[in-house]
Design a protein. Sequence first.
Length: 157
Amino acid sequence: MGRELRLSDSDGNLTSVSVTGPRFDLPTIEPESEPYWTALSEGRLLLKLCASCSQYHSYPRPFCPFCWSEDVSWVEASGGAVLYTHSVVFRNDLPPFGEQVPYIAAMVDLDEGPRMMTRVVDCEPDQLKIGMRLSFRTEAVTDEVTMAVFAPEQPSA
Ligand SMILES: [Zn+2]
């Protein structure tokens, strides 16, 4: 049930890619990352912590990307982050993004250290400031998949 999609790169060259699924926003959930996605569906963001060098990483891997130790375990993130960079996406032809534009694609630095690709929600683009505090939210994409997104941190009362 594949179909062809034509994509152009920055030089204007067209390439065709064969598409098997109708959506491009859904992850392939592997046994290794399944706890991560399950936790998101429960409203928790998981990281991996290395017992050997004490560094956190995300996305989750079965080994530490800093020291290659396999002595890594799941820990729950605090959910705090700062905005590292962002881009307002006005056009994306890959389904289902075309229906979601404009949206804010962002890279955020989690308080634990890892940098994540994500989206910022509940925020107008002109309110975005590099270094602003963000807090973790979840957004259910399908019945099976919940994504991590971030919103401006609410001042605590
Ligand atoms: Zn390590």
